[in-house]
Design a binder for this molecule. Structure first.
Ligand SMILES: Nc1ncnc2c1ncn2[C@@H]1O[C@H](COP(=O)(O)OP(=O)(O)OP(=O)(O)O)[C@@H](O)[C@H]1O
Length: 275
């Protein structure tokens, strides 16, 4: 979809953990003709309409668009949380198949990380236990050094034994980022990760995501409504009416805001015209 210097095959292999083995694809995420509709026959909403997208490994992409344009549906289909009606999705070179729910769950556990607006930490587990959870669920070896390294990366190594309730919103989101990173996923999907945070904590979380991409070669795809949040990304992909409506590389806040206004105009015109 957009281009920047793309690492060669295998170059990003576990740069974060320094663990060798298992080449990483140069293309972190690929969608070909992905469509998804909701509702019963005769009353369907086309949430995604033939979306093609290709994102390089080690990139930070924001997905933006008017309300109802399909951002969350795109994220869910790309992350294997929902099955598209048509088209193909590949994460880190592996296609999400048409297998069972269990196969889809395994795909998610092995290949993707999630960061949600409301953090989704388990309140009865400590910070360390929350971060270790994806490794446990994936049946992987519980590597204390890996958990420690993920918590150090987000600046919370000294809070391992604390419960989430003792942390601020920004700190909880940083724990959620550590939890997303601990399995070294092909792509981290973040849905409005700063939506519940004050400006300063939001800035910290966005800077952390950007550092993770820059220094560790992680690939991040973030849905946001906020042009300031989007300006932290390498590129913005715009959606309108379930279709890709353009992209912006090295986005400034002003350029993003301007595009959004025009997308809104376009959607209004479509609706007025009954399209
Ligand atoms: N589970 C569902 N059942 C029915 N319709 C749905 C469902 N999920 C999404 N839709 C519809 O699909 C379209 C796209 O929704 P989606 O949530 O992907 O948009 P969005 O861009 O993320 O919106 P927002 O910015 O408001 O969160 C909307 O018209 C929405 O009403």
């Amino acid at each position: 979809m957009w281009h920047r210097e793309c690492p060669t095959e295998g170059e990003t292999v576990n740069r974060r953990t320094g663990v060798s083995g298992g080449a990483r694809a140069a293309e972190a995420l690929r969608l070909d003709g992905v469509s998804k509709a909701y509702g019963a026959a005769g009353n369907t909403v086309k949430a995604l309409d033939g979306v093609d997208l290709s994102l390089p490994a080690g990139s930070f992409t924001a997905v933006m668009g008017p309300s109802g344009s399909g951002k969350t549906t795109l994220l869910h289909c790309a992350a294997g949380l929902e099955r598209p009606d048509a088209g193909r999705v590949a994460v880190d070179g592996a296609e999400i198949g048409h297998g069972s729910e269990a196969a889809l769950a395994k795909f998610r556990r092995d290949r993707v990380g999630f960061v949600f607006q409301q953090y989704n930490l388990l309140p009865i587990l400590t910070v360390g236990q929350n971060v270790v959870l994806p490794l446990k669920l994936a049946g992987r070896k519980i590597d204390a050094a890996r958990v420690d390294s993920a918590l150090r990366a987000v600046g919370l190594a000294d809070r391992t034994g604390d419960l989430p309730e003792g942390l601020s919103g920004g700190q909880r989101q940083r724990v959620a980022i550590a939890r997303a990173l601990v399995t070294d996923p092909g792509v981290v999907f973040a849905d409005e990760p700063t939506g519940a945070l004050d400006l300063r904590s939001a800035g910290d979380v966005l800077a952390l995501l950007r550092t993770t991409v820059r220094e560790h070669g992680t690939t991040v795809v973030m849905v946001t409504h906020d042009p300031v949040a989007a300006s932290y990304a390498d590129a913005v992909v715009f959606l309108a009416d379930g279709r890709i409506a353009g992209s912006l590389v090295d986005p400034s806040v002003e350029a993003v805001a301007e595009r959004l206004v025009h997308l809104g105009d376009r959607v209004d015109r479509h609706h007025r015209a009954g399209v």
